[in-house]
Design a protein around this ligand. Structure first.
Ligand SMILES: C[S@@+](CC[C@H](N)C(=O)[O-])C[C@H]1O[C@@H](n2cnc3c(N)ncnc32)[C@H](O)[C@@H]1O
Length: 281
C-alpha cells in the first residue's frame, strides 16, 4: 500500500482517461445514461440554491447537465486531467456563473467538511485504486442530510450474444486481469453497496440504468464500444491474456451485434445513492 501522500496521484488509466477516445466515450455514455438518470437525481430533496460537486467530472458532461437540471444550483466539477477541464470550461462558458471546473483529486478535495448538498461521482471508482478512500472523501465534503450519487461500473454486467467469439469469455477474463494489474476493482458496482454501508450512511439504494439495444439508440451504444475499443485494445493487449488483435476482434463483433437490429445486447450500469446521516455512529 503506498504512503498516504502518494495517494492523490493514483490514476492507473491516466493515458486512456486523457485520450481523444475518452472524450467521445463520455459524450456517448452521457447520451445513453442521462435520460434514465434524471429521475434518480430528482429523488433527492435539495434546497433550491444547492451546492453540487461532480467528483472526477471529466469533460463536464454530467456537471453541465446537473446545472441545467437544477437551475439555481452551484455546481463544481473537479478532475485531474487539465485538457478535460479546459474543454469543459470552454464548452460550458455560458453556465460559468454557476458552473466551475477545478483541478483537484478526488482523494484530497480542497472543500471544507459538509460543503455540498449533493455529491456526484460517475464512472470513476472502477478506474482508480482505493474506492473506499474516494467514498470517504465524498462523505467528508457532503453535509449531514446531503446525498451521495455514485455510478460504480461493473464489467461483469455486460451481456452480448455469442457469435464466432463468445463475449462472455472476454468479459470474464479481461476485467479481472486488467483490475489485478492496475490495482483497481472493475467489479466495484456490486461491492460499492458495502463501501457505503461501511461508512454508516443512511438510505442506501442501488438502481440500474439499462444501456441496451431497446432503450438506447444502437448508434449511441455502439459509439461507447467503439471508444472502448479505440482506447483500451492496446492496454488490454499489454495487461491481460487477450492480445490487442483479439481484443479488437471481440469489440468489432460486439459492435456489429449492437448495430444489428435483429440482435440484443445490454450493459447494466449500477447507480448507488446514500444520505449522510445527521448523527453518524
Ligand atoms: C470515465 S471518466 C468519467 C467522467 C465523468 N464523471 C462523466 O461521467 O462523464 C473518469 C474521470 O475520472 C478522472 N480521475 C481519475 N482519477 C482522478 C482523481 N484522483 N481525481 C479526480 N479525477 C480523477 C479522470 O481524469 C476522468 O476524467
Amino acid at each position: 500500500m503506498p504512503a498516504q501522500s502518494a495517494v492523490t496521484d493514483l490514476n492507473p488509466q491516466a493515458k486512456q482517461m486523457a485520450d481523444e477516445s475518452m472524450v467521445r466515450n463520455l459524450a456517448a455514455q452521457a447520451q445513453a445514461i442521462w435520460p434514465q438518470e434524471v429521475p434518480l437525481l430528482r429523488r433527492y430533496s435539495l434546497p433550491p440554491e444547492s451546492r453540487i460537486l461532480d467528483a472526477g467530472c471529466g469533460t463536464g458532461e454530467a456537471a453541465s447537465r446537473l446545472a441545467d437540471l437544477f437551475p439555481r444550483a452551484r455546481v463544481l466539477g473537479v478532475d485531474i486531467v487539465d485538457a478535460h477541464l479546459d474543454f469543459a470550461r470552454t464548452r460550458y462558458a455560458h453556465l460559468a456563473s454557476r458552473l466551475a471546473f477545478e483541478h483537484q483529486s478526488v482523494y484530497a478535495l480542497t472543500a471544507a467538511d459538509a460543503s455540498f448538498d449533493l455529491t456526484v461521482c460517475r464512472h470513476v471508482v472502477h478506474a482508480i485504486p482505493y474506492p473506499d478512500r474516494v467514498i470517504a472523501e465524498l462523505v467528508r465534503v457532503t453535509r449531514p442530510g446531503g446525498h451521495l450519487h455514485v455510478i460504480a461500473e461493473d464489467y461483469g454486467m455486460l451481456h452480448f450474444p455469442r457469435g464466432a467469439l463468445d463475449p462472455s469469455d472476454f468479459w470474464h477474463l479481461v476485467p479481472a486481469a486488467f483490475g489485478a494489474k492496475t490495482e483497481t476493482d472493475l467489479f466495484v458496482g456490486r461491492n460499492a453497496f458495502g463501501l457505503l454501508a461501511a461508512m454508516n450512511l443512511a438510505d442506501i439504494t442501488m438502481d440500474y440504468i439499462v444501456v441496451d439495444t431497446v432503450r438506447v439508440a444502437r448508434g449511441t451504444f455502439a459509439a461507447i464500444l467503439e471508444a472502448w475499443r479505440d482506447g483500451y485494445a492496446e492496454p488490454i493487449g499489454e495487461l491481460t491474456p487477450i492480445t490487442r488483435e483479439s481484443a479488437l476482434a471481440y469489440f468489432d463483433q460486439m459492435i456489429a451485434d449492437v448495430r444489428d437490429p435483429r440482435r440484443y445486447a445490454v450493459w447494466m450500469v449500477p447507480v448507488l445513492s446514500a444520505r449522510v446521516p445527521f448523527a453518524r455512529s
